[in-house]
Design a protein around this ligand. Structure first.
Ligand code: SF4
Ligand code: SF4
Length: 182
């Protein structure tokens, strides 16, 4: 198996098991914070430091409150819990800081136009192009890369979905520009 296939398989496995990974991290973080009576500001600091490296990963990979909200939303018969989740995100300093860091983080989601087949599968799995298809696209030149936007929580579904390995989540030179530049 070549290096690219190994990487694709790993990303696919991570994206598929994100919920379980978040449950695991969430329990560990909750136990450490409550057992050692750690100030929540340390958690904010931790979420921000990892945000510098990977962007907004805390919310969808580690946050104990985030995973509880996701479950509640799944079982909710109406939109009330969805709205509650939005309020939670608006009020969370980790979401603010790491969301901003999506624009400057070391790891970024990038497309390789030499291998991209313009199939659009990546945009189909991302909720941002679904909401604003005139603004966001992971592969269309000149459009805003949703991976650099505040709202991207690095679910990695887009990378896992690409059939050619044209999307990657890898170290990139920081830039404050929001548009794709290739
Ligand atoms: S990682 Fe970000 S850009 Fe990719 S599908 Fe998830 S939210 Fe969208
Ligand atoms: S899924 Fe891959 S090949 Fe298809 S448009 Fe997106 S980046 Fe290109």
């Amino acid at each position: 198996m070549n290096k690219r296939k190994v990487k694709d398989k790993l990303i696919g496995m991570l994206a598929k098991n994100r919920t379980y990974i978040q449950i695991g991290f969430g329990i560990v973080i909750y136990m450490i914070v409550s057992f050692y009576q750690i100030s929540l500001w340390w958690v904010v600091g931790f979420g921000s430091v990892i945000g510098i490296i990977w962007g907004k990963v805390f919310c969808r990979w580690m946050c104990p409150i985030g995973i509880m909200m996701e479950f509640m939303m799944k079982i909710s018969p109406d939109d009330s819990l969805k709205n509650m989740y939005q309020y939670h995100k608006i009020g969370c300093p980790i979401a603010w800081i790491s969301g901003f860091l999506n624009k400057v983080s070391f790891y970024r989601i990038r497309v390789n136009h030499d291998t991209c087949k313009d199939c659009g599968l990546c945009d189909d799995v991302c909720y941002m192009p679904a909401i604003e298809n005139q603004k966001f696209s992971l592969y269309k030149p000149g459009m805003v890369n949703p991976g650099d936007d505040y709202s991207c929580s690095k679910c990695l579904l887009c990378v896992a979905k690409c059939p050619n390995g044209s999307l990657s989540y890898k170290p990139a030179i920081p830039s404050l520009k929001m548009e794709n530049k290739f």
